[in-house]
Design a protein around this ligand. Structure first.
Ligand code: URA
Length: 237
């Protein structure tokens, strides 16, 4: 498909469209072998090669940052070996190839971030950055305060001891209770294993926040683009 040269230059992140016009008039842009001096020249990006001061330029993929309220019974991978539905199916109008940042279990609901920004994804999932993640865990029975202290201090799970966590009661019912658990790690099935370790297995698990990002009014299955402020915040972590 043909497009205006100045738009193509802007899409490559070289300059705004107006500035790109100046670059053209200054003789700094070549298309294939030819220096172009005429504004409004059209190119076909699928076969024309564009050079700025002698260097080939290519369009940048737009970076996309999305928050999804993951429903239960979706996997947070791009493809599933067992053919279960993936969260990608829920992102109906996103054309960029984005991927989930970290993972939530098949049965866990709540806040999932997705992006095509590899640097940010790497940072947010690396244990060194210690981004706090808050969960509401509905557990069997009602744990003793001493058991919550164990969770707070760190508890042995298989071959490691969890880092200090913040744990509070939200609600107590007859046969189950709801805990708010904030962890800075993100090991596989960590919250489920922590609760199992004190003898109160998780019945339902929802992630309600990542850093200062919260689900807000997003309903299960809904998603939205992050605001510039939220993106800036994540990058600053
Ligand atoms: N901890 C878990 O056990 N499961 C999740 O999905 C997320 C954190």
């Amino acid at each position: 498909m043909q497009m205006r040269l100045q738009k193509y230059i802007a899409d490559c992140g070289i300059a705004s469209r107006r500035k790109a016009e100046e670059l053209i008039l200054d003789g700094k842009i070549k298309v294939n072998e030819n220096t172009i001096l005429t504004l409004g020249t059209k190119i076909d990006p699928s076969y024309d090669k564009v050079y700025y001061e002698g260097n080939l330029i290519t369009p940048q993929e737009r970076k996309v940052y999305v928050m999804l309220h993951k429903p239960e019974q979706y996997v947070t991978t791009v493809k599933d070996q067992f053919n279960r539905p993936t969260v990608m199916k829920l992102l109906t109008d996103i054309t960029e190839r984005i991927f989930p940042i970290g993972r939530l279990d098949y049965h866990t609901t709540g806040l999932l971030l997705l992006t095509n920004d590899g640097d940010l994804a790497h940072k947010l999932t690396h244990p060194r950055y210690e981004v706090p993640k808050k969960y509401l865990a509905t557990v069997e029975g009602i744990p003793e305060e001493s058991q919550l202290v164990q969770l707070r201090r760190g508890i042995r799970i298989e071959d490691y001891i969890t880092a200090p966590a913040s744990v509070t009661f939200i609600r107590k019912y007859h046969h189950h209770s709801v805990l708010e658990i904030e962890i800075k790690e993100g090991r596989n099935r960590q919250v489920r294993k922590m609760c199992e370790a004190i003898g109160h297995p998780v019945q339902e698990l929802e992630r309600v926040s990542v850093g200062f990002l919260t689900l807000g009014n997003l309903k299960k299955g809904e998603y939205r683009h992050l605001t510039p402020k939220e993106i800036k915040y994540l990058k600053s972590l």
